[in-house]
Design a protein around this ligand. Structure first.
Ligand code: GAP
Length: 469
């Protein structure tokens, strides 16, 4: 079944049954279409492409950077700006290497790796599909199935070397998670603010991992961004479980409020064997992808006292908290929400991708939540060869631009311009026509319904502000 809908009958296709939808996604090589669209329209490019690329790195193009910034902006607003109990920081990527000894990453941040005994190519032991493809390749080429080495632990931290004298360069690590900058600044934040437990410290930034098998587009990259909250609480079992449940629900709600379909979201608790070294218990927020099944894109972790206790021990600095209410001093426990910005962007893209039939025409549309859409308003003159229309459209574009990210387009016919904006998820298009010159109204066309209504030019700003609210 192809997921092509008659927009007049069924544009509410967001509610399409998830199973059917995913079959359709598969049948139509949806991921191929999405990656092609990302490149063609300037969302995501392969990193260093002109030099043949660098595995596991991606560059965000003109639309991609707007889209990704919107995700980060919404996250920061909901986690930091709209709350009294969370503050933000922006810590350095490079940290004293002792940080990573204390955090346990030097010792335990590793994936099991196996090596093909024929060609010495290496894979994550759990990358079953890649391994089976590799075996098939050898079966075809060498007429035998390769043997594999025993799994061994491969540390994911990326090393760098700092210093100007070659022999005296110091080994440092590019942070494997953005988290540790928060713990290293716990005392600084306590001393410089009036935060009292329970409270959180939030951060957004780049992390680096020497992934054995990067792949699935941006899903597993070697350089990526995280958006994280470390929420500090009393070391009490029952209360910590309540906060853990609270943050699980908050995070799921955030994705759903920004338009991600609920049927494509679920929690999956970690088995004891897969828990990170710091986690007392953990759950993943997963998304039902069309090609790869359920995939994690955020982790909610109960980190207990692991990090602050270890940093106290390794640094020799007191990272305990004095609770004035109870008169007790303790090392706080931490509930962490750790989302990947790139995976979130990828899953919002997949979730928003639709192919519609509108009469005899077919279109691709990204039904982004307007707050996430890279461009909010497209502005066009109906005809590019009518100076009065162009002049009026330009004045509207210039008036809207300080308030909304706008696109100008006067190429081709109006239908093509609409489709071009649909394909990048622009929620509204304003067209200036001859009636505009007579009565000061324009047509505003809605991306999802393709309905048009006439709005007064002097009411446009309020109209879009209301919609975005
Ligand atoms: N501070 C906890 C932490 O880093 P994690 O589960 O290892 O936990 C959190 O990572 C999130 O970071 C993941 O859910 C994912 O969205 C993102 N992430 C992790 N590794 C990634 C990679 N190689 N490429 C893209 N995103 C990644």
């Amino acid at each position: 079944m192809i997921r092509i809908l008659d927009i007049t009958k069924a544009w509410y296709s967001r509610n399409t049954n998830a199973k059917k939808r995913n079959m359709a996604h598969n049948n139509n090589n949806l991921m191929g279409k999405i990656t092609a669209l990302c490149k063609r329209r300037g969302f995501i490019f392969p990193g260093s492409e002109i030099y043949g690329g660098l595995a596991g790195t991606w560059d965000y193009g003109p639309l991609g950077v707007l889209f990704k910034n919107n995700i980060k902006k919404e996250w920061w607003r909901s986690i930091v700006e709209l709350r009294e109990d969370v503050v933000g920081i922006d810590a350095a990527i490079l940290m004293n290497p002792k940080v990573w000894e204390a955090s346990g990453h030097v010792e335990a941040f590793a994936d099991p790796l196996i090596e093909c005994k024929i060609c010495h190519e290496r894979f994550r032991q759990d990358a079953k599909e890649d391994i089976s493809e590799h075996e098939k390749m050898h079966e075809g080429k060498d007429e035998k199935k390769p043997e594999w080495t025993e799994p061994r632990q491969f540390n994911l931290l990326v090393k760098a070397f700092l210093g100007v004298v070659e022999e005296e360069k110091r080994t440092v690590y590019l942070r494997g998670e953005i988290t540790q900058g928060v713990y290293a600044n716990f005392r600084n934040v306590l001393d410089s603010t009036q935060m009292k437990i329970p409270f959180g410290i939030a951060q957004i930034g780049k992390a680096f991992r020497n992934e054995i098998t990067p792949g699935n587009f941006t899903f597993r990259s070697r350089e990526f961004e995280q958006m994280e909250l470390q929420f500090f609480i009393k070391p009490e079992e029952k209360e910590s479980e309540q906060w853990y449940d609270y943050w699980k629900e908050e995070r799921l709600k955030w994705y759903a409020d920004l338009g991600m379909k609920k049927e494509n979201l679920r929690f999956r608790d970690h088995e004891p064997s897969e828990k990170a070294h710091y986690a007392r218990f953990a759950t993943d927020v997963e998304y039902l992808t069309p090609a790869w099944g359920w995939k994690e894109f955020e982790g909610i972790h109960h980190r207990g006292e692991w990090d602050l206790k270890r940093h106290s021990e390794f640094s020799g600095k007191d990272l305990s908290y004095y609770d004035e209410e109870s008169g007790k001093r303790f090392i706080p426990w931490v509930i962490e929400t750790s989302g990947g910005v790139d995976r979130t962007a990828l899953f919002f893209l997949i979730d928003a991708y639709f192919e519609d039939a509108m009469g005899s025409e077919q279109r691709v549309v990204l039904r982004f939540h307007p707050k996430l859409a890279p461009i909010k308003v497209g502005v066009f003159p109906l005809l590019a060869n009518k100076p009065k229309l162009v002049e009026k459209a330009r004045s509207i574009y210039n008036a809207l631009k300080p308030n909304f990210v706008c696109a100008w387009d006067d190429r081709g016919n109006i239908g093509k311009r609409y489709y071009s904006q649909d394909e990048i998820g622009t929620p509204w298009c304003v067209t200036v026509d001859f009636e505009t010159l007579e009565n000061g109204t324009v047509t505003v066309r809605d991306r999802d319904t393709a309905q048009q209504e006439r709005i007064r030019v002097d009411g446009l700003k309020n109209y879009f502000e209301d919609k975005l609210r």
